[in-house]
Ligand binder design. Sequence first.
Ligand SMILES: Nc1ncnc2c1ncn2[C@@H]1O[C@H](COP(=O)(O)OP(=O)(O)OP(=O)(O)O)[C@@H](O)[C@H]1O
Ligand SMILES: [Mg+2]
Length: 233
Amino acid sequence: MIRARDIVKEYIDGDGTRVRVLDGLSLDVASGDFVAVVGSSGSGKSTLLHLLGGLDVHYAGEVEVGGVKLRGLKDQALARFRNTHVGFVFQSFHLIPNLSAVENVLLPAHFGPVTAEARKRAEFLLDRVGLLAKKAREPVRLSGGERQRVAIARALFTGPKVLLCDEPTGNLDAATGEGVIQLFEELHREGLTVLAVTHEERMRSAARRVLRLKEGRLLEEPGAERPSVGGVP
Ligand SMILES: Nc1ncnc2c1ncn2[C@@H]1O[C@H](COP(=O)(O)OP(=O)(O)OP(=O)(O)O)[C@@H](O)[C@H]1O
Ligand SMILES: [Mg+2]
């Protein structure tokens, strides 16, 4: 589902020096996988998500998501890719404050006509994340966990192939975060591909694979729940 090869990403610092954040990084994520990406602050996790999601095109190397090669796509094609292939979930939710829960979920539909069918889908997704009863509330009248559920429903609206999440439980207390992690587990079981940057231990153990971003590359971390190989003579 995701294939990245030889990714090199540099930023130009304030004083003009080049800072290499991703240095020959490669990544393969199978369809339906649930992958956690960990790494220290500043290691390049958000940078990686942005280029996998087509939000940043200034890098060397190849990215392919859901069969679409991102290199060389024109603005319109890239916008279409973002709309059809990826859903983003952020630490700080990024909901529109003066829109109700259901209007926030409907937001992606506003690029075209908002049909009765679109409204039905938004309500279906709110129901899916357990919030249909609160569909008329604005974000300020929702808890943090509820806001993140609305943001997840919105990310799912266009039927993406991959959910890209940047510390989705970072602003939530442990109990609330747990509910959101369970939602990711359910979506994963339903076949969605999930790639989540996280500092959360619980999220790491929920994921099927854990990758550590270090010195510009990804290393596979042995999973705690994975059966150990060998050991018995
Ligand atoms: N627009 C930019 N210009 C220059 N440097 C940048 C820019 N964006 C990020 N960086 C630098 O690139 C590095 C990686 O940033 P990134 O945001 O990807 O880290 P991160 O792993 O997501 O960190 P955190 O866990 O704190 O969110 C950092 O050293 C950061 O300072
Ligand atoms: Mg980050």
